[in-house]
Design a protein around this ligand. Structure first.
Ligand code: NDP
Length: 487
């Protein structure tokens, strides 16, 4: 173990106040390759005080014009690209993502910085005509100190998608990365420092969510909370926010996305089969938007499975250091056990195993590797269909009609993403309007953009990240009325 990472508070890298250090585990080898200092409530208080001081009138940050804030975010994006090889190697090691996925996420992080950097000098207030003798105008102001609590699955993407609009709008930030993945976030934060961010504007404290999260979400100095993670933690954060009626800018929670396969005939199955392979391989299925429930029209059902099975078996699972790997290990032992347990549940529930179903062969006993797994003959009553597994496992369900598919797709507590495969334009748009979700894709799974709003309904959360509405949520309105007739 040769590298040690520290907290970043008030522009200074420091140990946690009680000296606790935690090993950073490579999920492919289960060996520690670094250590990271963990923050305490005292450190969380220091970070909030630093962010409050940095936000205050008269501090350096308050003198930065919107243009300067925007240019700064562009400068950090350029540094991310300059350092992409080194950062993505560290990212792959800490997370297990294959290199092309790690560098792809860094590119996404850079794009968030640029997209919201471009918005910094375009935020405006307005005037309201109340008639003669009066003037009314509306100021658009930053919220103040914002707290960002992140998960481990897309740690850099999610870090930049919330701190970029927060900083562009003039806020200051305290970030609590996931205990599973924090050192790559700290490495990225160095680039903000290198680009000249004033002390206290961005603070990062790794550590326990239940300890630090409580302090950060209950503190009256906090004027905005941005949370991405599980539904259970989301509920706790909402309750904490209720204490001071702290605005919750966004809650991006779980998902169990349906994909409806209604192509003309079996000759058009390449697209959906490729989509299902991607749902297993990309980030090893550890995605909130993973297409996890496949509702396939009955005449297409067996041809879909016949084409899918060999492609899934051909996916290469292994450490990110091996060339050509499609799926790395899962992020942690805890998560590996959880996903393996769901595979056992699927078998017990009577689903038909088409591919995978446990540890891949030939990888030994070390590393949190799971073979990409396809369960067929599923139904909506099964836990593997209802609950978020968050790993390389998908379920396939035959349906007799589009109405049945839409009903089954909507019959879930989550409402984040969804997808329809069809060459019929009327079917595509009518299904898009009937799905009870925040995000629909037609004939493909992309479009998690910087420019488009992303977020869910039902238990998938509230608020939107990405797009113009997202940056507005990092501001507040203040109305000013003037009596012009007073002598
Ligand atoms: P968790 O809810 O377990 O953790 C998320 C973050 O919350 C972590 O930093 C965690 O800290 C912290 N936390 C834990 N307890 C508290 C608390 N009491 N108060 C405040 N913060 C706390 O989620 P995961 O990290 O396991 O992420 C997976 C989940 O995130 C999945 O459900 C996934 O669907 C969802 N997600 C949603 C996305 C979206 O855009 N909709 C995107 C990505 C993920 P600690 O490090 O200690 O665990």
């Amino acid at each position: 173990m040769n590298t040690s990472y520290q907290l970043f508070i008030d522009g200074v890298w420091r140990e946690g106040s009680d000296g606790t250090k935690v090993p950073v585990i490579d999920p492919a080898t289960e060996e520690a390759f670094a250590e990271v200092s963990w923050g305490t409530p005292e450190d969380a208080n220091l970070a909030l005080a630093a962010a409050e001081k940095a936000f205050a009138e008269g501090g350096e940050w308050s003198t930065w014009s919107p243009t300067r804030r925007g240019r700064f975010l562009f400068a950090v994006a350029a540094l991310v690209r300059q350092n992409i090889a080194e950062l993505s190697a560290l990212f792959s090691r800490e997370h297990g993502k294959p290199p092309h996925q790690a560098s792809g996420e860094l590119e996404d992080a850079a794009r968030y910085l640029e997209y919201f950097g471009g918005w910094a000098d375009k935020l405006t207030g307005m005037t309201i005509d109340l008639g003669r003798g009066q003037m009314d105008y509306v100021l658009r102001e930053p919220l103040g100190v914002t707290v960002h609590i992140a998960p481990w699955n897309y740690p850099l993407d999610i870090f930049c998608r919330s701190i970029a609009p927060a900083l562009a709008a003039g806020n200051t930030c305290v970030v609590k990365p996931s205990r599973e993945i924090s050192v790559v976030t700290l490495a990225l934060a160095r680039l903000f420092q290198e680009a000249g961010l004033p002390a206290g504007v961005l603070n990062i404290i790794p550590g326990s969510g239940s300890v630090l999260g409580k302090v950060l979400t209950e503190d009256p100095r906090v004027r905005g909370i941005i949370f991405t993670g599980s539904v259970a933690t989301g509920r706790t954060v909402l309750q904490a926010a209720a204490r001071n009626i702290t605005p919750v800018v966004s809650m991006e929670l779980g998902g169990k996305a349906p994909s409806l396969v209604f192509v003309k005939d079996a000759t058009e199955l390449d697209g959906p089969v490729g989509g299902a392979v991607g749902a297993l391989a990309w980030n090893a299925g550890q995605s909130c938007g993973q297409r996890a429930r496949w509702y396939v029209r009955r005449d297409l059902y067996e041809p879909f499975l016949e084409r899918l099975a060999p492609r899934v078996r051909n996916l290469k699972v292994g450490p990110a250091t091996q060339p050509g790997v499609d799926l790395g290990p899962l992020v942690s032992k805890k998560h590996y056990d959880n996903v393996m347990n769901y595979i056992r549940i699927g078998i017990e529930e009577g689903a038909r195993l088409i591919a995978g179903g446990g540890r891949p062969e030939g990888l030994g006993e070390k590393g949190y590797f799971v073979a990409p797994t396809v369960f067929a003959d599923c139904h909506n009553g099964m836990r593997i269909v209802r609950e978020e597994i968050f790993g390389p496992v998908i379920t396939v369900i035959p349906v007799d009609s589009l109405d049945e598919a839409v009903d089954l797709a909507n019959d879930n507590m989550f409402g984040l993403s969804s997808e329809i495969w069809t060459s019929d334009v009327t079917t595509a748009h009518s299904v898009a309007s009937r799905l009870d979700v925040g995000h629909v894709t037609i004939n493909g799974s992309a479009a998690f953009g910087f420019e488009v709003p992303f977020g869910g309904v039902k238990l998938s959360g509230l608020g939107r990240e990405g797009g113009p509405e997202a940056i507005l949520a990092y501001t507040r309105l203040k109305n000013v009325w003037v009596n012009l007739s007073r002598k």
